[in-house]
Design a protein around this ligand. Sequence first.
Ligand code: PLP
Length: 411
Amino acid sequence: MSMTLSPIPQSLAEARALDAADPLSDARSHFSLPEGVIYLDGHSLGPVTHAALARLDRGARSDWGENLVRSWNNAGWIDLPARMGARIARLIGVAEDEVLVCDSVSVNLFKLAASALEVTPRRLLMAESGEFPTDQYIVEGLAEAVRAESARIEPAALEAALQQGGVLIKSVVNYRTGALADIGALEAVAREGGARIVWDLSHAAGVLDLRLGERGAVLASGCGYKYLNGGPGAPAFVYVSRSLANQLCTPIRGWFGHVDAFAFQEEYTPLSGVGRFAAGTPPILSCLALDGALDVFDGVDPGLLGAKARALGGLFLDRAARLGLAIGSPRDPMRRGGHVAILHQEGYAIIQALIARGIIGDFRAPDAMRFGFSPLFLRYEDVWCAFDALQEVLDRESFRDPRFALRAKVT
Ligand SMILES: Cc1ncc(COP(=O)(O)O)c(C=O)c1O
C-alpha cells in the first residue's frame, strides 16, 4: 500500500491544521508524557503508556504478589512471549505464529546468524561498515566462535557480496542516518546467491509498514524498548519464517525451546517453529510492560505510522535545509525511517542545550544529532516548536555554556 505524505507545513498554523486532520491524533492521550517536554528520542527509549503502567502494577501486585507461582498458568505467563509475538507480527507484516518475544537484539542476532550459517553454502558472516556496533561485534565474535570467515562490507559492495552466499546481518533503518534499506531488492539478490539476511529491525518496528513476509524476509530481530515503548531493557523479538524455522537449530539450546519443557527430558527436542529460539525463562515483569505498551497499536494501520513519521521528519529536515544545516539523512522520505540526523561539530553540546529547554533528542559520536519522530504521540506542532528551539540555540550560541560540554556516559 502506498501512502501519500502530508504537505510540509510552512508555519505553526499550518502545522496545527495537520494535527487537526491527523488520523493518529487520539493515540497521544494513551501516553504519560511529562509536562513541558517535547520528546524526540522515541527511537532510543519510547515513553510509557498508561496501559503499560497499569499492566505492570497489576502484574506485580496481584499476579506475582498474590498468586505467586500459580500465575505461570493462571495469568498465562507461560504463553506471554508467543502472545506478544503475535501482536508484533501484525506490525511487521508476518504470520502470528512466526514471532516470539525473547532475549535482547544482540543475543537474537547471534542465534539467528549462527543457525542461518548452517543452511547457506558459504561459511561467511557479513555486516556493513557503518552498521550498529553490536551487529558488527556479533558477526566477528560468532565467526571466531564457529571458525567461519567474517567480512565488513562497504555499502556499495553489498549486492555483489550477497551474490557470493553467506549470512549478512543488516539494519532495516541505519541507527545513525535513518537510511532505509530496500528489503525486497536485497532479499532477491540474496536468494540468487544462496545468502541469508538477518534483519535488525531495532529502528524500524513500530514506526514503518515493514511487510516483511511480502518482501521475502525470513529472519529478523527487533527492539522492544524503542518505538514499541516496552520500557528500558524491554525484551526483544525474533521473527523466523515458517518456511525455514524447522530447518534451523539455535546455538543456545535452552529448556524454554524444548518441545515439552516440563517433561524434563534429557534429550533436546526443539519446538516446531519460531518457539525453538526461546532459551531461558522470560523476564515476565518486563514482558508485562511491553504487552501493555502494545495496546496502543491495536487497530492502528502500520501504513499510517510510517507516513506520519516521515512527514514529521520531512518538516524538520525542510527547516534544517533552509537554515543551511548539514543533513545526515536521506531527503527522500521513502528512503528514511523514523529519525533524522543533523550533523554539527558541537552536536553534543547543542543536544544538551536543547534538553535543558525540554526538547529531548540524542547524540551519536562524532557529530550526529538524532531527532526521532514517533508518530503515535508527537504532533506537527511539537516538531515545529522543537525546530524553533534548535534555531534559537544555534542563533544565540547558548550551547557554548561549559555545562553542556560535560559528557555523560549515555549520550
Ligand atoms: C540497530 C540496533 N541494533 C541493536 C541494538 C541493541 O539491541 P539490544 O540492546 O537489545 O541488544 C540497538 C540499540 O540501540 C540498535 O540501535
